[in-house]
Ligand binder design. Sequence first.
Ligand SMILES: [Zn+2]
Length: 253
Amino acid sequence: MKWYYAKEDEKIGPITKDNIKVLVENDVINQDTMIWCTEWESWKSYKEAFSEIENYQEPVAPVEPEVEVVSEMCNECYNLFPENEMVQIGEKYVCAGCKTLYLQRIREGFGGGANNFAGFWIRVAAYMIDSVILTVVFLILGSIIALFTGPMITQNMVFTATYFINIGISSLLSIGYYVFFIGKFAATPGKMIVGIQVIVGDGSQVSYLRALARIFANSLNSFTFFIGYLLVVFDDKNRALHDMICNTRVVIR
Ligand SMILES: [Zn+2]
């Protein structure tokens, strides 16, 4: 309700009930001052209106009830959402955006059960097989290079240069090896032998680009003192650090 008062034929306001009290105390409003409020048909003197003003209760603004918002993490995109915006599937929560994808993946056999994810030791085995294969290739290549540079090996400079060329070639070769096999077949020969493959979180195939990114993400593991690899043991999707960064999973075929 809005209050007004008249002063020399001028309508002043709107003011509150408390304003009126102050104005009365300061003799701006006296017993004969005309008062009007938006719910009255006509003006009344303060004398007449006094009790009405006095009894008027300022409506209390309704306080928004405080709803405790419980956030849950989406099991798919790992963002936090209020619980009431999420869908509970089994014991896990997924956000509305991920629901379709998540259900589809469960139908396809991914993500529904932890059994599909390759554990730590099988991945170590695959890695060792790949390392053996690459080492053999490097030895052969190194020998070929040494054949050409062998006569000059007494010269220190040439020896050093050969050494670095070897390292460069072997780095490029192992990058090429992982990118090619994972991009093309979803698995390196080592992974094929132990029967595991790399897929994207949504179940799709890993592109060459993602496979390349995964190699660089993999190199970050050395900065974590290889704890990044141990995450495989603790993560519910058996993801290593580089799988988390590149949204990949290693699964049993
Ligand atoms: Zn989500």
